[in-house]
Design a protein around this ligand. Structure first.
Ligand SMILES: [Zn+2]
Length: 578
């Protein structure tokens, strides 16, 4: 059966291990072999022995090692080269790491994994790196799309970032009218909480300067009261049923979802991610991608809507599945707005807003309480999106109550983002055993937005130092699309708190490289109750690891994000090599 996508991998798989096995170049491993078991039934003979490496295990019982052995997709030995060599038998592949650094595979606990958007839609910004674009380039790209789209159909642009625009100008309705006056046009901010519309879209939704704001959202206006085209959070629901959208047959939909997932899986592997928590998605497509041998990372599937409902009513709880596709916590249950787009719910209004604006709350306390209780009773790990201190307080109130009434053990209620905290919230997080999945790449990528919050608040945001000091197992949650997912960019930001523009915000929240590594590996495993099987290079755990060209502990701290990912290995299989 053909399981491999890359021709070289397939070639190696077909040729087998004997001939190429003792090379010292790549540790490329055939997926077919590693998934179906081991080459040799003798437990003393490994499939792969890696030696002469600078291994950071992220296992406190043995933090450093120089070698390890892998069999049937798991580590079977970790320690010294001489002892690892004892696992070499006929057919064992060996890899001399030449002192290169090896760390556990990175784990991202919050990712929307929008593969089909990346593959099929118009990108008006760079999803992966800091890059400035012009408004002209956005108009041009969308105009090209409009020319291929029948009038009346939506023209959409994705991965816009309002602080990555050359000339520092805001995108507005007049810009988007230049794309088309016959198509509704929408530019989606990568943050996911604000969008920009042209005049045709506003007209189709019957919006004008006299339309009042809606609860949980705004129609932004210029000083003359005219609509700017920027619409926030729940106010965007008026666009749901207006205009026409491209339709696809069931087969086409299936194929797009499948190809999109396979595509994003390759991107994750490229950056060293071996486990990613997906916010919803197409479960059927995911299984097909896996069956085709194209799933290169492990998926913690976080359900919402009908699927979550089906889980609750049919007794499917967190942990159902296997180590490749597994139901994790719920998808983020949204309680407030966004950090990057400045709509998160604050106890003190945003500086310089008149009338004073304190962000958007999108959920009522009593509804949140009922939701958390229902989910916990069903044996499902609850997960709420809360950025501002007001929203975190609401979520903790609901979780504390659920814990009292549902009495489930070891729930580890999850808070996605958990951005702005204070001492009181910190104590409650700790008492509850809550697991935050805080922003990772933001400290580097979004430093241009932190002046909206100011230094005092920034000292309490993405509070990794405070979390770890309080014994809270904070994990990494890139929130891709909103944030790039590159784990090394995340680690650099956690260690330096310095952004691409050289600004440093909240330096009191800096953590050490080894702590940032733990946040991105073992704490990620803990976040989904999987610390017994992954998150460190430990005998018995899944053989997920990353070979790095440099050691993040010793390179200049502002160069961590540039370290090359030499190889990514999931379950003993090479899924990326440079
Ligand atoms: Zn999210």
């Amino acid at each position: 059966m053909r399981r491999d996508c890359g021709s070289r991998r397939e070639f190696l798989g077909l040729v087998g291990s004997g001939v190429l096995g003792l090379g010292t170049g790549s540790l490329l491993v055939s997926r077919a072999l590693s998934e179906t078991g081991s080459r040799d039934s003798d437990p003393r003979v490994a499939d792969l022995v890696v030696s002469n490496a600078n291994v950071y295990t992220v296992d406190s019982r043995m933090p450093k090692a120089e070698a390890f052995a892998v069999k049937a997709g798991r580590f079977v030995f970790v320690g010294k080269t001489a002892e690892a060599n004892a696992f070499i038998g006929k057919g064992t592949r060996t890899f001399d790491a030449r002192r290169m650094t090896i760390v556990p595979g990175f784990i991202d606990c919050h990712n929307h994994a929008p593969g089909n958007i990346l593959l099929y839609e118009v990108m008006v910004g760079n999803p992966y790196e800091v890059e400035f674009v012009t408004i002209e380039s956005i108009i041009e790209k969308l105009r090209a799309k409009a020319q291929k789209t029948p009038p009346g159909f939506w023209v959409d642009g994705y991965f816009f970032d309002d602080t990555k625009v050359k000339g520092n100008r805001q995108l507005n309705v007049y810009d988007l009218d230049q794309v088309s006056t016959e198509h509704p046009v929408c530019v989606h901010h990568r943050g996911g909480h604000t969008s920009y519309y042209n005049g045709k879209a506003l007209a189709l939704a019957a919006l004008n300067k006299n339309t009042p704001n809606r609860t949980g959202g705004t129609y932004d206006r210029d000083p003359d009261g005219e609509l700017t085209g920027r619409v926030t959070d729940l106010a965007r629901t008026v666009f749901t049923n207006v205009g026409r959208r491209e339709t696809f047959t069931e087969e086409q939909k299936e194929q797009r979802h499948r190809d999109g997932l396979a595509y994003i899986s390759r991107q994750f592997a490229r950056y060293g991610l071996t486990s990613v928590h997906h916010e919803e998605g197409d479960l059927f497509a995911l299984q097909q991608v896996r069956a085709r041998g194209e799933l290169l990372h492990r998926v913690g599937f976080e359900a919402s809507g009908e699927l979550l409902e089906a889980m609750i009513t049919n007794g499917i709880s967190t942990g159902f599945g296997d180590e490749w596709i597994r139901f994790g916590a719920t998808s983020e249950h949204t309680v407030d707005g966004s950090f990057s787009e400045r709509t998160m719910a604050l106890s003190q209004p945003y500086a310089g807003t008149n009338p004073p604006y304190s962000g958007n709350i999108t959920e009522k306390q009593e509804d949140l309480n009922a939701w958390a209780e229902r989910v916990e009773r069903a044996g499902i790990q609850p997960n709420c999106h809360a950025n501002g201190d007001v929203a975190i307080d609401m979520v903790l109130t609901a979780y504390e109550r659920a814990q009292r009434v549902a009495l489930r053990p070891d729930v580890r209620p999850k808070i996605t983002h958990c951005t702005l905290i204070n001492d009181r919230l910190l104590r409650r997080l700790q008492a509850l055993g809550a697991v935050p999945a805080a922003f990772t790449t933001y400290a580097y990528y979004n430093s241009d937005k932190f002046h909206f919050y100011g230094e005092e608040r920034m000292q309490r945001t993405m509070a990794y130092r405070s979390f770890l000091d309080a014994g809270i197992r904070a994990a990494a949650g890139s929130d891709f699309g909103p944030g790039p997912f590159a784990p090394l960019m995340g680690i650099q930001g956690m260690v330096t708190r310095t952004g691409w523009n050289g600004e440093t915000w909240g330096a009191n929240q800096r953590i050490r490289v080894e702590e940032a590594l733990a946040v991105n590996t073992i704490n990620g495993a803990y976040n989904s109750h999987e610390e017994a099987i992954k998150g460190s290079i430990t005998a018995g755990k899944l053989a997920d690891f990353v070979v790095l060209a440099d050691d993040p502990h010793t390179v200049s701290k502002d160069k961590i994000k540039d370290i090359e990912i030499v190889e990514t290995v999931t379950g003993g299989t090479t899924v990326h090599e440079k």
